[in-house]
Design a protein around this ligand. Structure first.
Ligand SMILES: Cc1cc2nc3c(=O)[nH]c(=O)nc-3n(C[C@H](O)[C@H](O)[C@H](O)COP(=O)(O)O)c2cc1C
Ligand code: SF4
Ligand code: SF4
Length: 252
């Protein structure tokens, strides 16, 4: 079973590609996370967990979703982490998580996709984004072959500073950057409720048809990138920046 978490669609798309080629079941963790429900899942086929990279680790909300759930049947667990540049040494945490869950860690695949973190960086142009997605497909197909034949994923690249990035920097990052306070809405808001519906942590509430953010944000970028009128800003950091959503879909 392919189980995913996605803020802006990159990981959803990669999960769809893998599910289509493996002819396997696809499950979005969104409602489990949003409703605080511990997943109780069974799969005859290996588990493939697909998510973005947040500060060189899997997102804490997805890690907690796996931690709180039960994953029975097949005990092999593969991970696919989409990212803007690299996943650090996330495999250390993933190995430990598998050990904790009684799963058999089979490796992590780093897949470079368009950057979605527009409150800090810039999203690529649509042309560049398409190129990145095209490049990801052969990688995903190779990964599918490995899952199908029961082989481990190849070792991810070991880069200098990986341990620091996925360790201390991840902790500092969550303290400094993972917060909703700077979110605000401009006069362009039409009260459509998209931001409220898409927040995986139910952290947005429409009051008088305008969003208000609570304290429970994981910086998934869904709200700011999905607003149809680009009425959401993050302080001045998002001003004038292109919004990004992956709208590719896999026909099954
Ligand atoms: C809060 C946050 C932190 C991120 N940290 C990293 C990172 O450490 N390394 C990286 O290469 N990309 C990082 N990114 C980029 C995303 O991992 C990447 O764009 C991903 O494909 C988005 O997936 P999604 O569309 O499924 O949400 C970060 C994005 C966000 C929003
Ligand atoms: S998605 Fe945009 S337009 Fe719709 S309610 Fe939220 S801020 Fe307003
Ligand atoms: S408030 Fe926005 S960025 Fe934060 S978790 Fe919800 S949708 Fe994601």
């Amino acid at each position: 079973m392919i189980v995913y978490f996605s803020g802006t669609g990159n990981s959803r798309y990669c999960a769809e590609v893998m599910a289509a080629h493996l002819d396997d079941e696809l499950l979005d963790s969104f409602h489990f996370i949003r409703d605080g429900i511990a997943a109780e899942l069974i799969s005859d086929t290996p588990w493939v967990f697909v998510s973005p990279t947040y500060a060189w680790q899997i997102p804490h909300v997805f890690r907690d979703f796996i931690r709180s759930g039960t994953f029975e049947g097949n005990s092999d667990a593969y991970f696919v982490m989409t990212c803007g540049s690299d996943i650090g040494n996330a495999e250390v945490t993933l190995r430990a998580l598998c050990e904790e869950k009684g799963l058999n860690y089979r490796g992590v695949l780093e897949v470079i996709m368009p950057e979605n973190f527009i409150t800090l960086f810039r999203a690529p142009s649509p042309e560049k984004a398409n190129q990145l997605m095209d490049r990801a497909i052969p990688l995903l197909k190779k990964a599918v072959d490995r899952v199908r034949s029961g082989k481990e994923f190849p070792e991810p690249k070991h880069r200098v500073g990986n341990g620091l990035k996925s360790g201390t920097v991840n902790k500092v990052f969550y303290k400094l950057f993972v917060k909703a306070e700077p979110y605000r809405v401009t006069g362009d808001c039409v009260g459509c409720g998209t931001c409220e519906q898409l927040c995986p942590l139910a952290n947005i509430r429409l009051v008088d048809r305008k969003p208000q953010w609570g304290p429970n944000c994981t910086q998934c970028m869904a709200c700011i990138n999905s607003c149809p009128t680009e009425a959401i800003e993050y302080g001045i950091r998002s001003k004038g920046k292109r919004r990004y959503l992956c709208d590719r879909e896999v026909k099954r």
